[in-house]
Design a protein around this ligand. Structure first.
Ligand SMILES: [Zn+2]
Length: 388
């Protein structure tokens, strides 16, 4: 296959920008060497990215810079707010405005109860955009729970937020805001955020629990998409003899046991304290990590996760959300249970750790991947015609 010059240029731009975003700070010569490009080629791309306001070049501060590396350094532009990030939660919707080089995990400045209709949702975002002081943003990204067709931009099935089903929220917002944008699935967004923050983690299953239980597989540094957009939906795997009804319409789903409401229900039932709070659950789990009610909720989840590891060929699990909120001893027990069902543990080690949710980083990574990098014209990053 003969690469057209324009395609080659695009690939080079992509490689260089990914590199800058990953290392955060480098000289032109270092970038050229790391990307395997000639210095004039790399230099020209850096000039283009700078003219577009995607990166900036600054004098390394004497004494504050890295040892033996004075001179000018290229880094992502981090002063101008460029993007609107939207997290659509089951209960609350949060918004943030970020520059290209945003490092914060929690930049959310606007938050409100998630509206119950598409019209209400669009109206709130348009109002919030003004409150965020975003004058001319380049693009937006929103994360949505449930089954999301990211390519087609449509929410297919959303057990905990039924009104979004069949909606094309990104297209509606694109129209209302006049900027391009994309809709991303919430757990895959967390996985993208984890890759951006911990680039050495290249193969893992991220499992998140909150109102629901879901996962996203990352293979070779890429989020696994699957033939259908249900990839990672392990929370809706049926657990035999579990009589609980699930929001998806089925009975016995794993998420009715191991997501936050299920855990709380099990704790309340076991203790007879009908109004017990999550903090009490955490204290009790710390006191007795082997408690029967906790094992009954988490062991089936561990089995489902082990099955996923066996199918995907993974030995690394990253737990986020409600899991990261449980005591270390309870997570250690869950890790042991996951290892117990994983073949890779027979001759190696399964590594199970908790991590913070990095949703904003993930949304930003999604924008850069889908809207910023495929552009052919750096004078107009995120041109709407390209994002359509
Ligand atoms: Zn279900």
């Amino acid at each position: 296959v003969r690469a057209l010059p324009a395609t080659l240029r695009l690939l080079n731009q992509r490689r260089l920008l990914e590199l800058i975003l990953r290392v955060g700070d480098a000289s032109r010569a270092e970038l050229a060497d790391a990307a395997g490009m000639s210095r004039p080629t790399a230099g020209k791309i850096v000039d283009e990215l700078m003219a577009a306001g995607v990166v900036e070049e600054r004098e390394a501060s004497p004494g504050g810079g890295r040892l033996g590396r004075p001179g000018r350094r290229v880094r992502p532009e981090e002063r101008t707010l460029r993007f609107l990030l939207i997290e659509v939660g089951v209960r609350r919707t949060r918004l943030a405005a970020t520059p290209v080089g945003a490092a914060e995990d929690e930049p959310w400045t606007v938050s409100y109860a998630t509206p119950h209709s598409e019209e209400g949702f669009v109206r709130h975002v348009v109002q919030a955009r003004a409150a965020l002081g975003l004058r001319r943003p380049w693009a937006f990204a929103l994360s949505v729970p449930g089954v999301v067709d990211e390519e087609g931009g449509v929410s297919l099935y959303n057990p905990n937020l039924h009104w979004t089903e069949g909606t094309r929220l990104a297209a509606r917002l694109q129209h209302a805001l006049g900027i391009p944008g994309c809709m991303l699935q919430e757990i895959r967004t967390l996985a993208r955020g984890h890759i951006a923050a911990v680039p050495e983690d290249r193969d893992f299953l991220l499992v998140d629990a909150d109102e629901g239980l879901g996962a996203a597989a990352v293979l070779g540094g890429q989020v696994f998409q699957g033939a259908l957009p249900v990839a990672g939906e392990l929370g809706h795997t049926r657990i035999r003899d579990n009589p609980r009804r699930c929001g998806c319409g089925a009975t016995g789903c794993a998420e009715t046991l191991a997501a936050r409401p299920g855990l709380l229900a099990a704790f309340r039932h076991a203790t007879g304290r009908a109004r017990a709070e999550w903090s009490e659950l955490r204290d009790e789990a710390a006191r007795d990590p082997g408690a029967r009610w906790l094992a009954a909720a988490l062991d089936p989840c561990a089995d489902v996760v082990s099955g996923a590891l066996n199918v995907l060929g993974l030995d690394r699990v990253v737990l986020t959300g409600a899991f990261a909120d449980l005591p270390v001893s309870a997570i250690a027990r869950l890790g042991d249970a996951i290892s117990g069902g994983s073949l890779a543990a027979r001759f190696g080690k399964i590594r199970v750790t908790t991590a913070p949710r990095r949703r904003a980083r993930g949304l930003l990574a999604g924008i850069i991947d889908r809207l910023l990098i495929p552009t052919a014209d750096w004078t107009a990053p995120c041109s709407p015609s390209l994002a359509a």
